[in-house]
Design a protein around this ligand. Sequence first.
Ligand code: 9WO
Length: 247
Amino acid sequence: MTKKYSIITIFPEIVKTYLGCSILKRAVERDIIHVDLHDLRDYTTDKHRMVDDYPYGGGPGMVMKPDPFFRIMETHWPDRKDRRTIMLSPRGRSFSQALAQELVHEERELVFLCGRYEAIDERVAEHLVDDEISIGDYILTGGELPALVIIDAVSRLIPGVLGDSRSAEDESFSRGLLDYPHYTRPEMFRDMEVPRVLLSGNHRDIRRWRNKQSLKLTLQRRPDLITADSLSKEEILLLQEIKEETS
Ligand code: 9WO
């Protein structure tokens, strides 16, 4: 089944460019994903195709008008049950690998509303939107990049989008640890060597080394990711070793 996304934006070109490259391009060509782009200005009714207006109550900047959003939703998704409408917003719930997993299993079409200017009229969020999602605590100039971030993270979870052999790799992040260090040829670059164990051909030792490096990095950089119930017996032993080495 094709995964369907729709993006509502006043800058469809931004989105089109990214989706026309690399892995997502191939996924579109293979009908694994399908993306409809909608220019919000096509749903205005005035001759200047205005999508913004002054804020009631005053203040800086412009606010996106509700009418074009309501018109586009009524045109394409008259029935709410056919779509899950996502607004990209710094006040939304945080995007994460777990939310990407939830969205990849969503049966309904994913419809992304991308705002611009200072804000969108609150009645859009209240009446049209199922989820507000934030990709991080910063302000951008619009919701297009966050929509692409979400489509990217969700699409790579669909079987066949990446090489199939790579799908198992995701387990490491969904298990909640940082990735271990990677190396490729040459064995000696300038004066920098590849760790010997990776050249040993001993796959048990390699797995153990990688596991330990993952734990070490996670402990150093993201200790918040390590919780008592997230670790296996082997990992608890490795953690012990790391703590002894560094004390
Ligand atoms: C501007 C602003 C200024 C001061 C305090 C809070 C503020 N919020 C905004 C704002 O949301 N501006 C917008 C720009 C309006 C519509 C879309 N824009 C947006 C979306 N900027 N940043 C995002 C976003 C979305 C998801 N995850 C991170 C950022």
